[in-house]
Design a protein around this ligand. Structure first.
Ligand code: NAD
Length: 432
């Protein structure tokens, strides 16, 4: 099947490469010329494990091409996947500017009947708007059929999630369209859940809101554990053994970030508000998360004067195995540390270049050793394997004062106790 994927970001690129891998002929379209030039030369502009190898293989087999030529891309695709960004407006609602542009272009250039599949996360009802907008711009006598196919991949394991996802949701009012998409995804052998378009759109928001709720819930429990000298890691493990609860997303830390949870929870509050529903629970989830992101520096401030201190930040990306800095808790932490007058020295295995654009006033180094040398305190912000596996004796050896504020509970307390470290983590007693 000939497929066009619009947008070559984290979602579009993984989708394009994945669909080519299961045998489809895929054209990926993007308006970013520099990105497309890099992709055409076989370079992946984002960090996503396993993606580059697969992409080059499919390009060599001529199953995957990249273009900025919308006319060509839309004329070719029988099925068009929209995977452009839907960032937040200042009021938290979803910004549909890119979606609207894509609709106008599809309308202008569609030359055959087409199935338009929305992968981007869009507010409930948006697929109606997409269809109307495309049809308003149509220049040929062609039929547009709509489907919602929300994306659930996690950055950092996007390739794995494409091939091993828990479910594929297809929302459409049109049975033949559902049939085409079922056929298209069939080689993946992932359970397909079919529903109407609005329910599919809501499944995406409700899923992210639920996961964010789990995180804020366990973070609140961790804050109480700290005051009562209970251990959040044991509490979460004990809770997770209950199959009704499950062990995933019960990791206490410095809050969620990234390109999805913050924006999608904000958008769902707006979506609910638009139909006069005050989503109190989700508002609390967001508020708890905002507070949690500041908690580690608050803790540090009670223990030391940060002014003029050399503070190492280990990890900047919003989570390990990605270079994505969007809404990363590190942004809040670095900002707080700078406000306190600290000299911040940061290390991240992949996110340095993206971080520099958002955090121009901190110093960047190329290794953990360099970051922690002569530091007065270390903040562990992202739980990269490299950071979790770094020998604890090195902190004792290299730091001016071996004080660690661990925002991701990277180490067992028993292990930390073997070293002359002051160690503060989340929801656990300090080791002094
Ligand atoms: P991204 O910002 O990484 O990529 C979007 C791409 O779309 C950019 O390369 C941009 O140049 C391109 N684009 C914009 N307008 C275009 C146009 N008119 N024609 C062609 N290309 C255009 O975004 P992303 O992180 O891949 O997210 C895409 C969507 O998927 C969003 O709605 C997001 O909420 C959703 N989503 C993201 C993730 C994730 O982990 N990143 C997971 C699930 C769902």
């Amino acid at each position: 099947m000939h497929i066009t994927v619009v947008g070559t970001g984290y979602v579009g690129l993984v989708t394009g490469v994945g669909l080519a891998t299961i045998g489809h002929r895929v054209t990926c379209l993007d308006i970013d010329k520099e990105k497309v030039t890099r992709l055409q030369s076989g370079e992946v502009p984002i960090y996503e494990p396993g993606l580059a190898e697969l992409m080059r293989e499919k390009m060599a087999q001529e199953l995957l091409t990249f273009t900025t030529n919308a006319q060509e891309a839309y004329a070719r695709g029988k099925v068009v996947f929209i995977a452009v960004g839907t960032p937040s407006n200042p009021d938290g609602s979803a910004n549909l500017t890119y979606i609207t542009q894509v609709c106008a272009e599809i309308g202008m250039y569609a030359r055959q009947d087409m199935i338009v599949v929305t992968k981007s996360t869009v507010p409930v009802g948006t697929n109606d708007y997409i269809k109307e907008t495309i049809e308003r711009h149509l220049c040929s006598d062609v039929a547009i059929s709509m489907a919602s196919n929300p994306e659930f991949l996690r950055e950092g394991s996007g390739v794995h999630d494409f091939f091993q996802g828990d479910r594929i949701v297809i929302g459409t009012a049109d049975e033949p369209t559902a049939g085409v998409l079922e056929e298209l995804f069939k080689p993946l052998e992932i359970p397909i859940f079919k529903t109407d378009i609005r329910s599919a759109e809501m499944i995406k928001y409700a899923s992210n809101a639920f996961l964010a709720t789990k995180i804020s819930f366990i973070n609140e429990i961790s804050n109480i554990c700290e005051k009562l000298h209970a251990n959040i890691e044991d509490v979460a493990a004990g809770m997770g053994l209950d199959k009704r609860i499950g062990s995933q997303f019960l990791k206490a830390g410095i809050g969620y970030g990234g390109s999805c949870f913050p924006k999608d929870t904000d958008a769902l509050v707006q979506i609910a508000g638009n139909v006069k529903h005050d989503f109190q629970l989700l508002k609390a989830v967001i508020e708890v998360n905002n507070k949690q992101q500041t908690s580690l520096v608050q803790k540090a401030k009670q223990l030391m004067d940060l002014s003029g201190k050399r503070i190492a930040m280990l990890g900047l990306a919003f989570k390990p195995n990605t270079d994505d800095m969007r809404e990363a808790p590190s942004l809040v932490i670095a900002d707080q540390l700078l406000t306190e007058g600290a000299d911040v020295v940061a290390y991240d295995p992949q996110a340095k270049e993206n971080a520099k654009l958002l955090l121009p006033h901190i110093q960047y180094v190329g290794s953990i050793d360099e970051a922690i040398s002569e530091a007065d305190a270390v903040f562990l912000v992202t739980e990269w394997d490299e950071i979790k596996q770094y020998p604890l004796e090195q902190y004792v050896e290299l730091m001016r004062q071996p004080v660690i504020f661990d925002g991701r509970n990277c180490f067992e307390l028993e292990r930390v106790r073997q070293y002359a470290l002051d160690y503060y983590s989340i929801g656990r007693v300090p080791v002094l």
